[in-house]
Write a new protein. Structure first.
Length: 320
């Protein structure tokens, strides 16, 4: 965040504090909603929260679906939504750092609310070494020390969902049985996906994938392959010509003729790689979908996108 943005946020925060105070004066006259108000930073956490909370919760998602989350920043309305929340759910691992840095610090302290960092205590992958070498200070903080794309892995998503369930039970213990039953149903689906990934990719003939955005490290780590990305952990980077050339050379060396792209993002760079590999080898290159799951896409929800990702990986890794 640059200096101008910080000044704007400070002004916005002051306005929010005044609005919050105004709301507090008249809150007694407002109708009470019995539902637990949950604010989730982005789609995967909103989806998991809704799956567990069901009819007992009202979920507000801050970052719009299929929006680049790395560069997103909150507005006054988002901070007001957090002010009214009973539970705030965020990813952590440096992804939604703006929540800790800006949103939480702007909230009043006279309302009881729970806040859950869904990756706290989990076994996280370290970020790319070159990010630590090329960036410092605020930029390094924004990227973080860890790979934050945990939710793309069914196994990691399951652990994050459990933290959401535990938090709901803590703030609404009278509905513990309801939340627990719904959590167990979700856990079974995620565990089943994890088992299928493990089983169906265990005999893959290839051991690497080439992706438009290097956001699938948790899949690669758990299911035994490597990822090579056109861009790194932050999706707002611009790849150099050298990066593209190196990826083409690596694909040729390993005789891999598939590239993966999230249909929400531009396929400009993957198309360049496809064209170059085909021109230099004479071998057809397949472009496959690999969802980052930042929102419903092609009519598919989070779990359905996980299944499509498995189907695509089977093809790209030549698993039989």
């Amino acid at each position: 965040m640059n200096k101008k943005q910080k000044i704007l946020l400070i002004g916005t925060t002051i306005t929010i504090i005044l609005v919050i105070a105004f709301i507090g004066l008249f809150s007694a006259s407002l109708p009470d909603n019995d539902k637990i108000k949950v604010v989730a930073t982005f789609y995967p956490l909103a989806f998991l929260s809704q799956q567990i909370g069901g009819d007992n919760i009202e979920v507000t998602q801050l970052v719009p679906s299929n929006t680049e989350i790395h560069s997103w920043e909150p507005s006054a309305s988002h901070i007001l939504a957090a002010e009214n929340a009973d539970l705030i759910v965020f990813n952590g691992a440096g992804l939604d750092h703006w929540l800790e840095d800006d949103v939480l610090t702007a909230l009043s302290s006279n309302k009881k609310r729970a806040v859950v960092d869904t990756t706290h205590g989990l076994d996280l992958l370290m970020g790319e070494e070159q990010e630590h070498e090329e960036h410092s200070g605020e930029e390094e903080h924004e990227h973080g020390l860890y790979d934050p794309h945990t939710w793309v892995s069914p196994y990691m998503a399951k652990l994050q969902a459990q933290k959401i369930c535990d938090s709901l039970v803590q703030i609404d213990p009278q509905h513990e049985s309801y939340y627990t039953q719904r959590w167990q149903a979700l856990e079974a689906k995620l565990a089943g996906l994890d088992e299928n990934y493990t089983m169906l990719l265990s005999n893959a003939r290839k051991d690497a994938v080439f992706v438009s955005h290097k956001a699938f490290g948790y899949l690669a780590s758990r299911y035994g392959f490597e990822q090579h990305g056109v861009i790194g952990l932050s999706a707002d980077e611009q790849p150099s010509a050298t990066t593209i050339a190196n990826l083409v050379s690596t694909m040729k060396e390993h005789k891999i003729y598939a590239v993966f792209v999230d249909p929400v993002y531009s396929n400009k760079y993957t198309e360049t790689i496809k064209t170059e590999v085909q021109a230099q080898t004479g071998h057809a290159v397949t472009v496959l979908e690999l969802y980052l799951m930042l929102g419903e896409s092609d009519g598919l929800d989070l779990l359905e996108q996980m299944q499509v990702n498995l189907d695509s990986l089977k093809v790209g890794l030549e698993a039989t």
